[in-house]
Design a protein around this ligand. Sequence first.
Ligand code: DP6
Length: 326
Amino acid sequence: MSRATALAHPNIALVKYWGKRDRALNLPAVPSLSVTLDGFSTTTTVSYAEGGPDRLVLGGVERGPAETAKVSRVLDLVWSGGARPAATVWSENNFPTAAGLASSSSAFAALALAAAAAAGQTIDRQRLSVIARQGSGSAARSLWGGFVEWRLGERPDGLDSHGLPLAPAGHWDLRLVVALVSDQKKAVGSTDGMTRTQESCPLYPGWVQSAPQDVEEAKAALQRRDLGALGRVMERSTNKMHATMIATEPSVRYWRPASVAALEVVEGLRAEGTAAYSTLDAGPNVKVLCGAADAERVAGALRAGVPGLLDVITLRIGGDARLLPG
Ligand code: DP6
């Protein structure tokens, strides 16, 4: 086969990845744990042909050499045996790109899967996760649905730093309610933000040192379906990560006034007895983790309590990345 299409869902970290121990291989400084989203997805087609440079068409727009080079790197990692033919890659997101909604996680997972199938290579998911990680770290977690750990690993070559599925989507019927504060591309990308944090934040060592315990707590809470415990560790990891970002020089601050308003709405819901917990990534959008029965109440409270939101979107837990026919 010289052409294949794959679909992957983005994931949102419940325990966050922020910082790299190896920039070239994209190895993390901390372990992390995520939930895969349904509803949002990236669909990517890879087509190999002779001659010419690699091409990347993202959202219908042909991209320049810098963005295409990251894609070429993944194509090189997938290919084995002889010179690789040039490829054209078409990719579409059904949700805002680079706005802190984890678009790079689904993008590189879908790319690795489609590239392997188009090349006729049988590569297991763990190995695809190692490859996708080198496009964007969080993509290591998007090969699988449900709840996924990204193992820190120990090996210098990074072969043991990959996603590990912990529980499928059906394990726990949770919802993630997204308060869409902005759909604009973020001013500071994750990679740059992490580099700055590592270079200048005095809180960074504490962040790295305390992360493994958060993952262990989250795994235990997941196993016993304890939303209070999972929500608390998610908020703790989120706050610690944003504290390191803010204490970086120059400061990396993704929160907007509407983000803070959404956090206060969630605190208010909790004070009234609704189990709802918030998180933010490298962007101003707030995602609220709650049980299926509470999702409507959470969405309604965000709509009523946060002026200027672009949208409130309720998502279920998504499934594995997969090849599409045709
Ligand atoms: C805040 O995976 O986008 O979303 O590896 O440099 O491409 P690179 O970074 P990326 O970072 C995601 C950071 C985060 C937290 C997380 O998803 O764990």
